[in-house]
Ligand binder design. Structure first.
Ligand code: CU
Length: 650
């Protein structure tokens, strides 16, 4: 079997390393110097412009690198957006382009400034006073992306909708007291209030929603310490942004839009480093709400493209966010003024015990073979306003890769009159309801299964016709269908056929003569309930189907297009596949949407117990047999786990 061996490069200063603090600083300096940028220019995004695949895969020597930064810059007086490429190697701007008719993502500084503008506006002060609220320190303002609803006065205006909440002190949960019936539109370029909507006072819900230990009180007393001890250290090693863990070799990056990114993931099979992924990332997230009433009918945050998942990443805490022997990595980003900001401990790397990996008891002899499963976890957590999202990549000893999102944080709430209910949300506390909504995650998986060119099959299981060959009607069999071009590859999950998709390398075969492959194994999912011609699905056309395949194009990075903020729609994945390009034995990119359908519950309040959603990439004939056979047995407390007559290790 021929295998690819040019995958592993484990030195520092790699072409895919995220921009360092020094590089970010230099990028801003070069832009300011060569373009004379004044304070009206805001830096929406500066991130590594990734070099071509050929350069990355053939990389041997630092001298080959031309480090480049891709920048999105807003002139907030003229309302103009520019894209620039800065060569850090050459110290110059190599490209500067005006991009007409787009809005960059909302910047963290704009959030802060917007809050102050809302709180200091005389009409808003009056509106707050009407509700008995005079201490502005206790008003919370959440700017929500505006979307695009074809409203004329919003065209070419950079806006957010600000929703307000009241807290009784700095550490009170303000989402318990939404100032419902009142919201405001803010022009972010002029930084001024342009419209106030006040539909009248809705009384505050009677109960608070606090969750800190002093406010909850009566902590349970029977929780004893649980410690993860690795007396000889971890089994992984890192060098720069590359991780070696057992047979895995994983490179990763981080940027303000996508957050954590996987690059060049490969598995060492019998001495040969076999690639699986070239790149994998969260390309977009969309959270549509099911409440048709103003203003929640416009809530459909595109959390990656409109805010930036990386920009909103947390600094993680040992023992709290991550347990055990942890290796942290910092993330470097820039704020809107071009200052470098460092998120300490933004990325967490550690190992976890994951129950049994495999086991068999020979019941005749009593001989037991059992192995613990261990997984490597690479993760980060982002806070998007009221909600938290944890993003976890898992690597298993049997060649499986899993991506999981952990959803927690605080629901988007509204106040409601006493004794009333709402058809589009459940009461989560007296006079407080949370609209039903969905969370969609679009994953971009640039596959590289044992080589660059891959093909994709859909596998449907069929019931066999009853007849002489199937007398008991039990027969079933999988049918694989090659997806030859983009239009054939726009697909949905189907429980009736236990549908899955398989990415294979048609020119590499396993011991059985079959092409080697990985299958995409779906977890929880759902469909959007918004209409196909709704403003939401015009902008998020990629949500109409679960699964898409495109041939690799470096320009096609985000399912929602490069500028989803306030965009009228029609761009991105749904548009690209209209070209109906060939995807057979090509460098393919698989796009998978997973959706969490959230009908709200009282138990989600005041802070939501974590919900989990994931998918798995599972080797399917990639290996010749279980690749985890060589995982050594663990030591039991009494003796080795390999024992005759007793199965003392469970
Ligand atoms: Cu939710």
């Amino acid at each position: 079997m021929e295998k690819t061996s040019n995958m592993i490069v484990t030195r520092e200063n790699h072409p895919l390393d995220p921009l360092t603090a020094e590089e970010l600083k230099l990028t801003v300096q070069i832009l300011k110097r060569d373009k004379g940028l004044d304070d009206h220019y805001r830096f929406a995004n500066i991130s590594l412009l990734e070099p071509a695949k050929s350069i990355v895969l053939d990389y041997r020597d630092e001298k080959q690198i031309n480090r480049e930064a891709f920048c999105i810059i807003l002139h907030n007086q003229e309302g103009k957006t520019y894209e620039a490429v800065v060569s850090l190697t050459e110290g110059s701007i190599t490209s500067w382009k005006l991009i007409p008719g787009v809005q960059p993502s909302i910047m963290a500084d704009e959030f802060m400034e917007c809050q102050e503008v809302v709180k200091s506006h005389p009409e808003m002060i009056k509106a707050f006073a009407k509700r008995g609220l005079t201490n502005m320190d206790n008003i919370m303002v959440d700017p929500w992306s505006a979307g695009n609803f074809g409203i004329e006065e919003e065209v070419d205006v950079r806006i957010v909708r600000a929703l307000c909440y009241y807290r009784t002190s700095l550490y009170d949960n303000g989402y318990a007291r939404p100032i419902s019936g009142l919201y405001v539109l803010v022009d972010l370029n002029k930084m001024e209030v342009i419209k106030i909507v006040d539909k009248g006072v809705i009384p505050f819900p009677p109960l608070d929603g606090n969750y800190t230990p002093d406010q909850v009180g009566n902590m349970r007393q029977d929780v004893k310490p649980l410690e993860i001890v690795q007396p000889k250290g971890t089994s992984f090693t890192t060098e720069g942004h590359v991780i070696d863990w057992q047979k895995w070799n994983i490179r990763f990056g981080f940027n303000s839009r996508e957050g954590l990114v996987l690059h060049t993931v490969s598995y060492n099979d019998d001495g040969v480093q076999r690639p699986i992924l070239y790149r994998a990332s969260l390309s977009e997230m969309v959270v549509p709400y099911g409440d048709p009433t103003d203003p929640v009918n416009r809530n459909n945050a595109f959390d990656a493209g409109e805010y930036g998942i990386g920009m909103l990443a947390n600094s993680l805490e040992l023992g709290c966010d991550c347990l055990g022997e942890i290796k942290y990595f910092d993330a470097n980003l820039v704020d809107s003024k071009g200052n470098v900001i460092q998120i300490k401990n933004a990325i967490c790397l550690h190992e976890e015990d994951f129950g049994i990996g495999w086991k068999h008891t020979d019941w005749r002899t009593g001989h037991v073979e059992v192995r613990r499963s261990r997984r490597l976890v690479l993760s980060s957590i982002s806070t998007v306003g009221n909600y938290e999202y944890g993003f976890y990549w898992y690597f298993f000893q049997d060649g499986t890769i899993q991506f999981e999102v952990k959803l927690t944080g605080i629901l988007h709430t509204q106040a409601i009159e006493p004794d009333r209910k709402h058809p589009h949300g459940n009461l989560v506390a007296p006079q407080l309801f949370a609209a039903h909504h969905q969370h969609f995650f679009n994953m971009r998986l640039d596959m590289m299964v044992d080589g660059m060119n891959n093909s994709v099959f859909e596998v449907n299981t069929k019931s066999m016709e009853k007849g002489p060959d199937n007398p008991y009607g039990n027969g079933f069999y999988p049918v694989s269908t090659l997806l030859k071009n983009e239009s054939e590859a726009v697909r949905d999950l189907d429980l009736r056929t236990a549908r899955f998709w398989k990415i294979v390398n048609p020119s590499k075969t396993n011991i059985l003569g079959e092409p080697v492959g990985y299958k995409l194994f779906a977890g929880e999912n759902c469909f959007p309930f918004a209409h196909d011609d709704s403003p939401l699905l015009k902008r998020a056309g990629f949500l109409k189907h679960h699964f898409w395949v495109t041939p690799f194009d470096p320009e096609e990075q985000f399912a929602s297009g490069r500028y989803p903020n306030q965009h009228a729609g029609g761009e991105g994945l749904e548009d690209w596949v209209k070209a109906d390009r060939s995807i057979e034995n090509e460098d393919v990119v698989v796009w998978y949407n997973m959706g969490h359908h959230h009908i709200t519950r009282p138990e989600d309040w005041p802070v939501m117990p974590t919900a989990y959603i994931s998918f798995i990439l599972k080797p399917t004939g990639f290996f010749n047999r279980n690749p985890a056979l060589d995982v050594p047995p663990s030591k039991s407390k009494n003796s080795a786990c390999q024992m005759d007559g007793h199965s003392s290790c469970h």
